[in-house]
Ligand binder design. Structure first.
Ligand code: DC
Length: 223
C-alpha cells in the first residue's frame, strides 16, 4: 500500500472470530476509519425490542431501519448511538444477540444498512467488519480477509469476555448461541456468510490477536 492511497479493507467471518477488535486495531494503526456493521444490525434489533415491535414483523422492522439514525463515536471509538441515545451497552445484551440474526435476514433492512455502509466507504479509506463486506457491500475492496476459528475457540473467547465484563456466562449456552447464529447467518437467502472467492482465509484458532493484526497489516502493505 502506497502512502495516501485509498484503501478499503473488508473483514468478514462468523461470530466470535475476533473481527471487531482486530479491525479496530488495524484502523488505528493505519490511521483510517472503522465501521462495525454488526453494530448497525444490532441497533435495529435493539430499537425494535425497545419499542415493543415484534422481531417477526418484517414490515415494521424494515420501516424502522429506514427511520432511525445510527451514529458512532469519533475516530474508531466503540460508542454507538441510536437517534442520539448512547446504546453501546444495550446492543450487546443477550436479548439483542438472539434477535439480531432475524433482523439481519430481512432484505429491506439489509438494503438500507448496506446503502449507509457504501456511503461511508465513499468518504475515504475504511476498515469494515461484518459478514458480507467482501462479497456484497464492497466487492471492489483492495483487501478482503475472512477471519475464522473453531466454534469451541470462539465460544471460549466470548465466554471469557463476558466474565471479564462482569456478566453472567455459561460456556455451553455461549457455544449453543454461536452455533445457532452461524447456521442462521450461513443459511439465509440474502447475502449469507461466506468467504469472497478472492478473500484470504485466516484461521485464528491458534493465533493471538496481535499475531492476527500483524498478519493483516503485512497483507495491506503488500496490496
Ligand atoms: O458481528 P456481530 O455479532 O455484532 O453481528 C450481529 C449480527 O448481524 C449477526 O447475526 C450477523 C449480522 N450481520 C450481518 O448479517 N451482516 C453484517 N455485515 C454484519 C452483521
Amino acid at each position: 500500500m502506497e502512502n495516501n492511497k485509498l484503501i478499503h479493507i473488508a473483514i468478514d467471518g462468523p461470530a466470535g472470530a475476533g473481527k471487531s477488535s482486530v479491525a479496530r486495531e488495524i484502523a488505528t494503526r493505519l490511521g483510517i476509519a472503522y465501521l462495525d456493521t454488526g453494530a448497525m444490525y444490532r441497533v435495529v434489533a435493539y430499537k425494535a425490542l425497545s419499542l415493543g415491535v415484534s422481531i417477526r414483523d418484517e414490515e415494521q422492522v424494515t420501516a424502522l431501519a429506514g427511520k432511525i439514525k445510527i451514529t458512532f463515536g469519533p475516530g474508531g471509538n466503540p460508542e454507538v448511538y441510536c437517534d442520539g441515545q448512547n446504546v453501546t451497552t444495550e446492543i450487546r445484551s443477550p436479548e439483542v444477540g438472539r434477535a439480531v440474526s432475524v433482523v439481519a435476514s430481512y432484505p429491506g433492512v439489509r438494503e438500507c444498512l448496506v446503502n449507509l455502509q457504501r456511503q461511508e466507504a465513499a468518504k475515504g479509506s475504511v476498515v469494515m467488519d461484518g459478514r458480507d463486506i467482501g462479497t456484497y457491500v464492497l466487492p471492489q475492496a483492495e483487501v478482503k480477509i475472512f477471519l475464522t476459528a473453531s466454534p469451541a475457540e470462539r465460544a471460549k473467547r466470548r465466554h471469557r469476555e463476558n466474565i471479564l465484563a462482569g456478566k453472567e456466562s455459561n460456556y455451553e449456552e455461549v457455544l449453543a448461541d454461536i452455533q445457532k447464529r452461524d447456521r442462521m447467518d450461513m443459511e439465509r437467502k440474502h447475502a449469507p456468510l461466506k468467504p469472497a472467492p478472492d478473500a484470504i482465509i485466516l484461521d485464528t484458532t491458534d493465533l493471538s490477536q496481535q499475531e492476527v493484526v500483524e498478519t493483516i497489516i503485512k497483507i495491506v502493505r503488500e496490496a
